[in-house]
Write a protein that binds this ligand. Sequence first.
Ligand code: AP5
Length: 217
Amino acid sequence: MRVVLIGPPGAGKGTQADRLAASLQVPHISTGEMLRAAVRSKTHLGLQVADTLAAGQLVSDPTIQVLVKERLRLDDCNNGFILDGFPRSVHQAETLETILRETKHPLNAIVQLNLDDAEIVSRLSARRVCNRCGRSYHLINNPPLKAGICDLDGSELVQREDDQEMSIMTRLQVYHRQTEPVIGFYRKQGRLTIVDASGPIDDVLQAVLKHLQGTLV
Ligand code: AP5
């Protein structure tokens, strides 16, 4: 099962991708998390993209495309993947088609999580993430078992640098300007499914799973 999750910042892509990956037993590939991991480890790539991420702008297409191409070629993607955060521009969507043509594994589903801007700001302001594994929580809607501590690895939960109000606004603008055309790209191909992401986490998950099961029939 090869799935692209698309949607505005804070719509719940990471939250749903984690759960879908566990349910379908395929890897969750988050380009944002790959970049944040590079920033945390202070790799050459991390140093190169840190300011761009903090400002809420997109990193360059060549940089992200190399990263995705290498990741999708790993053996754990043979049975599928949940791709979260890519593609974010029509150019990236075309690149993904090319990569998947080479691997002869086309996408099964493209799911757009829909959420309005006011709810996005509210969700992102109360998001906390693990400073080691990057898992995302919400202070009210999706709290950790122990306040301030990651359920998975016991590390401290922190606020993402790009969850400051200024960066959230920039990310929303970038989404509307650069990423929304990707929705048109997939809609024209008749391959887009829209899921309302405003309900509780489990309801959204069930809606996505129901659609994915339909694609297998
Ligand atoms: P990325 O990490 O992809 O950020 P994003 O798209 O802005 O999405 P978020 O991670 O903020 O939100 P999400 O939709 O995953 O929501 P979440 O599940 O956490 O990218 C970060 C940066 O990396 C980019 O700005 C860019 O610089 C760079 N980048 C990445 N990919 C790139 C690319 N392809 N090209 C160029 N640059 C790229 O949920 C949000 C909160 O809501 C959480 O607190 C969660 O617990 C809560 N929540 C989730 N679902 C629900 C629900 N149903 N009800 C209530 N609360 C919920």
